[in-house]
Design a binder for this molecule. Structure first.
Ligand SMILES: [Zn+2]
Length: 377
């Protein structure tokens, strides 16, 4: 994986390559991201750059023997550890002490096909179903024994640990020793989406690198090119995904199953329920920038959705006419919503349709509507 293949965070790419060029890379780097930003891709790209024999233009060459093996994730000095649990795919013996190496093929396939994956996608891929993954003391032992060996080709043994906050206490203590006195040539690349859950003693030994959300315009341009979307759709999805490439990709995929209007309604409900006024207003902005037809279409869809919520809240699921997936979603939503919301929200949507028809500024109409959702819910 070359840096050039990863979307966004260009300043960070330059910073990382400079750290390597100027020999300022510590023995432990912690990447902090929000889910779907692709920090693990940065870790792999950093390892590839570090080991490339023909670096040029601030990136690895992609062609030397080291790069070729990195691109297949078969480089012998690049290792991965991540939270696992038992899976029906493991043998009885393996089930006793599941560790990452049993799942490495699934992990590599996922990382190569979608480096912006999140926790749920990994859990699904590994087949550990609804069990919580953990990094156990057995895993920590494996990490320790890998790092105690001489590297095969590199000057380094590179250990990428995904979600180090999911270590058991025993595992963390073992890792802490390795972080304090790492065997020569060790490079830890940790990736977390929950830095606040990490042990301060581990944090204090890491160089911390934060990924930034991809800027909205840049994300829209990427989506337009990657998925051949029209400019407006791309901008809407960029708004909904809060700068996370993984979330944007999931939104695009959902478009087939669920109309874009429904996706916007969902985001608006979630933003209002989580009391994030700034997110509500971002969504309102995105609605305001759409064409009149799409705005009306969205208002009608949203009103129909509010009606389904209301029916379900009265115990009339059977006449709410919701699809199976939608029913499940509605069931999770209803207990979080005030009873008085439905009538007021439907009236506000009605009013919005009239105002749009009457050529009132869409920016005002949707800002007001968003605000009402935020207050009423
Ligand atoms: Zn190379």
């Amino acid at each position: 994986m070359r840096f050039g293949e990863i979307y966004g965070n260009d300043a960070l790419k330059r910073r990382l390559t400079r750290m390597v060029d100027e020999n300022r890379l510590g023995h432990a780097v912690l990447f902090v991201e929000q889910e779907g930003m692709g920090a693990v891709a940065f870790a792999v790209a950093l390892s590839q750059y570090l080991n490339c024999t023909n670096r040029a233009g601030g990136d690895s060459c992609g062609q030397c023997p080291s790069c070729v093996r990195h691109q297949k994730l078969s480089y012998p000095d690049l290792h991965f550890a991540f939270p696992v649990n038992t899976s029906a795919r493991l043998s009885d013996q393996e089930k006793k002490h599941p560790v990452s190496s049993y799942f490495i093929r699934d992990w590599n396939d996922l990382l190569l096909s979608n480096p912006y994956f999140g926790s749920q996608m990994l859990t699904d891929t590994l087949g550990i179903e609804n069990k919580t993954g953990a990094i156990s003391v057995n895993e920590a032992r494996e990490i320790s024994s890998i790092l105690s060996l001489q590297p095969y080709e590199s000057d380094y043994k590179i250990m990428v640990i995904w979600q180090p906050e999911k270590m058991s206490t025993d595992a963390a203590n073992k890792l802490l020793k390795l972080l304090e006195e790492p065997p020569a040539g060790t490079l830890f690349l940790l990736v977390t989406q929950n830095m606040e859950k990490m042990l301060p003693t581990v944090l204090s030994r890491c160089q911390i690198i934060r990924l930034q959300p991809v800027e909205r315009g840049e994300m829209a341009a990427i989506l337009q090119q990657k998925y051949n979307l029209d400019a407006q759709d791309a901008m809407n999805i960029a708004t909904l995904s809060s700068g996370s490439m993984g979330r944007a990709m999931a939104e695009v995929e959902q478009m087939g199953e669920e109309s874009q209007s429904a996706a916007i309604t969902r985001s608006l409900m979630e933003a209002a329920l989580s009391k994030s006024l700034s997110e509500v207003l971002d969504i309102a902005d995105s609605l305001a920038s759409m064409g009149k037809d799409k705005q009306r279409q969205w208002c009608v869809q949203a009103e129909s959705f509010v009606r389904k919520l209301y029916m379900s809240s009265c115990g009339l699921q059977s006449i709410a006419f919701a699809g199976e997936q939608e029913k499940e979603y509605i069931a999770t939503l209803v207990p979080r919503i005030k009873e008085s919301f439905y009538g007021k929200a439907a009236a506000a949507l009605d009013a919005a349709i009239h105002l749009i028809e009457g050529n009132v500024s869409a920016k005002l109409v949707f800002a007001d509507l968003g605000n009402r959702f935020y207050l009423y819910i």
